[in-house]
Design a protein around this ligand. Structure first.
Ligand code: CP
Length: 287
C-alpha cells in the first residue's frame, strides 16, 4: 500500500507520458461506472499506453453464454493488464485465475473495491498529513458498500480509532468486525451521525447500494443523511470523503465548505491508478 501511495505522489507532481508506451490495458466493465473506468483509462492514456475493452457486457460474447473464466482467459491474451468490475462476488478472483497478466479488481459485487481504498488512503494522507492516530467514521450502507469493506480492512493496518454509523439493517458484516477485533482496532457502532461528528477527523459517507438490496424495504435511515447544520460542532480539520456517486446522503450546500473533500478524492483516482498501472507494468518507476 505504502509503495502505491508514494508512487502516486510522484505522478501527482509530474506525468510520464511515455512510461507505458506499447502496453495495453483491457478495461472490462460488466457493471456501470463513471470514475473507476474513466480514471483507469485516463491513467493508462496519460502514461502513453493503449486501452481496449467494454463498458457494456451485452456487446460481448458473454451474451452468447460464454463463461467469465473463458472470456477473461482470452482477453488476457490480448492485453498486458486487466481491470474488471463485475456484480458477482469473487469474480475478480476467477478472472485472476483465468488470465495470465495481472488483474485489478475494480469492484466485485458487495465484496471489495481495493483500488478505491488506495485513493481513499491517499486522500486521507493528503488532507491530514498522516493516517496514523486519526479518528475515522464510516457511514451509510456498511453492509453492501464494498468501498467500506476494503477501507475498513486497510485501516486495520494502521493505529486508528474507527466509528461505524448505519441503521441496523445495513450494518457492517460480522467477518469484518471479527477481523478488526483480531487486529486490536478500537471501534464503536452508532446509529446517528450526530453521535460522532464532533469527534472525527475523517467522515467517510456512502450511498445506499440499492442495486444490491434483496428487499425494497431496506430503507436508508434519515440518521445517516449529512446536513450542513450537523457540521456546526465539527473539528476544524474534519474532511468528508465519499467514493461517489452521491445520492441524498450529503446535502449539496456542504460542497462549498472546507470540509468537503470528495471531489478532490475523485480527482486523486488519476495519480493513484497511474501508480498502480506503472508498478504492475514496470520494474522501476523513475522519480
Ligand atoms: N467510486 C466508484 O467506484 O465510482 P464509479 O462507480 O463511478 O466507478
Amino acid at each position: 500500500m505504502e509503495m502505491v501511495l508514494t508512487t502516486a505522489l510522484i505522478f501527482q507532481k509530474k506525468s510520464q507520458p511515455d512510461l507505458l508506451k506499447g502496453s495495453i490495458l483491457a478495461s472490462c466493465f460488466f457493471e456501470p461506472s463513471t470514475r473507476t473506468r474513466l480514471s483507469f483509462e485516463s491513467a493508462m492514456h496519460r502514461l502513453g499506453g493503449s486501452v481496449i475493452g467494454f463498458s457494456d457486457a451485452s456487446t460481448t460474447s458473454i451474451k452468447k453464454g460464454e463463461s467469465l473464466f473463458d472470456s477473461m482467459k482470452v482477453i488476457g491474451s490480448y492485453a498486458d493488464i486487466l481491470v474488471i468490475r463485475h456484480p458477482q462476488e469473487g469474480s475478480a478472483e476467477i478472472a485472476a485465475r483465468a488470465a495470465s497478466p495481472p488483474v485489478l479488481n475494480a469492484g466485485d459485487g458487495a465484496h471489495q473495491h481495493p483500488t478505491q481504498t488506495l485513493i481513499d488512503l491517499f486522500t486521507i494522507q493528503e488532507s491530514q498529513g498522516t493516517i496514523e492516530n486519526l479518528h475515522i467514521a464510516l457511514a451509510g450502507d456498511l453492509k453492501y458498500g464494498r468501498t467500506i469493506h476494503s477501507l475498513s480492512l486497510a485501516l486495520s493496518q494502521y493505529p486508528v480509532r474507527l466509528y461505524f454509523v448505519s441503521s441496523e439493517n445495513l450494518s457492517l458484516p460480522l467477518e469484518i468486525i471479527h477481523e478488526l477485533r483480531e487486529k486490536g482496532i478500537e471501534f464503536s457502532i452508532h446509529e446517528k451521525l450526530e453521535e460522532v461528528i464532533s469527534q472525527v477527523d475523517i467522515l467517510y459517507m456512502t450511498r445506499p447500494q440499492k442495486e444490491r438490496f434483496a428487499h425494497s424495504c431496506n430503507n436508508f435511515s434519515e440518521n445517516c443523511l449529512l446536513k450542513k447544520s450537523h457540521l456546526a460542532k465539527a473539528k476544524k480539520n474534519l474532511r468528508i470523503l465519499h467514493p461517489l456517486p452521491r445520492l441524498k446522503e450529503i446535502e449539496e450546500s456542504i460542497d462549498e465548505t472546507p470540509f468537503a473533500n470528495y471531489f478532490q478524492q475523485a480527482a486523486n483516482a488519476i495519480p493513484v491508478r497511474m501508480a498502480l498501472l506503472a508498478l504492475f507494468l514496470k520494474e522501476k518507476v523513475p522519480h
